[in-house]
Design a protein around this ligand. Structure first.
Ligand SMILES: [Zn+2]
Ligand SMILES: [Zn+2]
Length: 169
């Protein structure tokens, strides 16, 4: 999967080297590493750059998100590329109107935030009603810190820090 994702990213890079040469000839991405990153969980992509020298260190793409939403890779790729074009032509970057114009000029709908669902940790608490009650990380943490407890809707049993649980995602 990661290999396929890496391949896709390199294909996009080759494609956009040609497009940039035509539309933004001063912006070169040949020597910038475009890589996958397993630690990006919420962000789809990220450009690492030096604000003093405007050098682009690398561009990361989330393995978590693109293993589940490979169809969204192109949009994120162009989003990160628009950041690079803005940095190289303006010396800064944001999600403003120039940024959006660059994204559009590169053939993508200007998007400032991705729509992909970010995976959250879920815990299943064993209950006497026979069901496992799925509880998301925020509530789970409250339960474990003894700041919250819940009652089963079926049998009224208390679900608290003493209730056995397993992490399910
Ligand atoms: Zn952005
Ligand atoms: Zn229950």
């Amino acid at each position: 999967m990661t290999y396929a994702l890496t391949q896709k990213i390199q294909e996009l890079k080759r494609e956009f080297i040609t497009i940039l040469a035509e539309k933004y000839p001063t912006v070169k991405i040949d020597n910038i590493p475009f890589v996958t990153n397993s630690r990006l969980k919420r962000a789809a992509g990220r450009v690492e750059w030096n604000k003093a020298t405007l050098a682009i260190r690398k561009v990361d793409f989330s393995i978590c998100l693109f293993s589940r939403y490979p169809e969204n890779l192109r949009s994120t790729f162009v989003h990160e590329l628009a950041h690079i074009v803005q940095i190289k032509t303006m010396g800064y970057t944001d999600h403003g109107s120039y940024f959006k114009a660059i994204m559009a000029s590169l053939g993508e709908t200007p998007r400032t935030h991705h729509q992909m669902e970010v995976k959250r940790k879920i815990y299943a608490y064993k209950c006497g009603c026979g069901q496992d009650h799925k509880i998301k990380i925020v509530r789970h943490n409250k339960i474990q810190r003894r700041q919250a407890a819940y009652r089963c809707q079926t049998n009224g049993q208390r679900i608290d820090h003493t209730t056995p649980y397993v992490r399910v995602s």
